[in-house]
Each structure stands twice: as structure tokens, then as C-alpha cells.
Design a protein around this ligand. Structure first.
Ligand code: PNS
Length: 163
């Protein structure tokens, strides 16, 4: 029997409860879920790819069919290399839609064998983003509703700007 493999890509700078909700739901839908810490040329990241991989590992230790990798090339090529048939992404507000639609169509053009699936975000994560978490942490705010306890201090240590 063939194994259904999906990839869940993103910057994850850092991973949040919003990402983790999508990851745990996607992990139930596929035999194997590969979380890909990928390069987004439009973003300047606060954590190295290795740090982001480590943070995701800490937060997904209970998910046995999840693998976390860092990949710097085209996602469509990585999906082909790994035999993945789906790219899973979370959709928050309408503001995500155009950008995600553009990426989905581009990936389909580059690799016609891979489908992009969108999972609607849980309502409590509708306005949650990594950049919001970093902004709150930089000002000493409470990020406990946005990221798991196991990575909270890692984020504060990197982001908090002492006055
Ligand atoms: O979390 P993000 O920053 O919205 O994720 C965007 C990401 C990293 C998934 C996207 O930039 C990406 O797929 N990068 C890998 C390079 C690639 O394949 N680019 C073409 C995408 S259409």
C-alpha cells in the first residue's frame, strides 16, 4: 500500500499555536507529514533555520508521523524528491488568500503532481502571526497564549529588548 506523504512549509519564525494546530490536524490526514522550514526571500528571520527546526521539534515531540527539515530550494522540487502528493497550508483571514493562491498555482505549475490543501485556521488563531508574537515579545508582553511553554523562553531570550 502506498504511503500518503504531505509537506507543510513555512518560515516558522517562530512556530506558533496557529502553525501547531494546522500541523496536528494535517498529521491526522496523512501517513507522514514533513514540516519544511523554507526560505522566504521577502522575510528577514530572527532565528536561524536550525533554531526554527529545533523549536518545532520541541513542540511536536508527541506527533509520531511528523518529520522536520530545513530546505533552501524550491518547494515543488522538494515535494517531488520526497514523493509528497500534497502541500498543506493554513488560511487565516482573507488577507492570506491572494498570496497563498499565487503560491499554490505556481507550485502546481512547477510540480503538477502536488496539490495544495488549505485548512481553515481555528478561530482563536485567526489574527495570530509570528511577527505579532515577536512584536509583543520585544516589548516584554505576555506571549503565553500564542506559543507553547517549551519555546517561550527561547523567544524571549532572542527578541526581548531591554530598556
Ligand atoms: O510562512 P511563510 O513565510 O508564509 O511561508 C512561505 C514559504 C516559505 C512557504 C514560501 O516562501 C516557499 O515556499 N519558499 C520556498 C521557495 C519556493 O518554493 N518558492 C516558490 C513558492 S511559489
Amino acid at each position: 500500500m502506498s504511503c500518503r506523504i504531505a509537506i507543510c512549509p513555512g518560515s516558522f519564525d517562530p512556530v506558533t499555536f496557529g502553525h501547531l494546530d494546522i500541523i496536528s490536524r494535517a498529521a491526522k490526514m496523512f501517513d507522514r507529514l514533513i514540516i519544511v522550514v523554507a526560505a522566504n526571500s521577502a522575510k528577514h528571520c530572527s532565528f536561524t533555520p536550525e533554531e526554527r527546526v529545533e523549536m518545532i521539534k520541541k513542540c511536536t515531540a508527541d506527533l509520531s508521523n511528523v518529520e522536520i527539515v530545513h530546505y533552501d530550494g524550491l518547494l515543488a522540487d522538494y515535494a517531488a524528491d520526497r514523493g509528497a502528493t500534497a502541500i498543506v497550508k493554513g488560511l487565516r483571514a482573507m488577507s492570506d488568500f491572494e498570496y497563498e493562491f499565487q503560491m499554490a498555482l505556481t507550485n502546481k505549475k512547477l510540480n503538477p503532481n502536488v496539490e495544495t490543501l488549505f485548512l481553515t485556521t481555528a478561530s482563536q488563531n485567526m489574527y495570530l502571526s509570528s511577527s505579532m508574537v515577536k512584536q509583543i515579545a520585544s516589548m516584554g508582553g505576555d506571549i503565553s497564549s500564542f506559543v507553547p511553554e517549551v519555546i517561550r523562553q527561547d523567544i524571549i531570550d532572542r527578541i526581548y529588548i531591554k530598556k
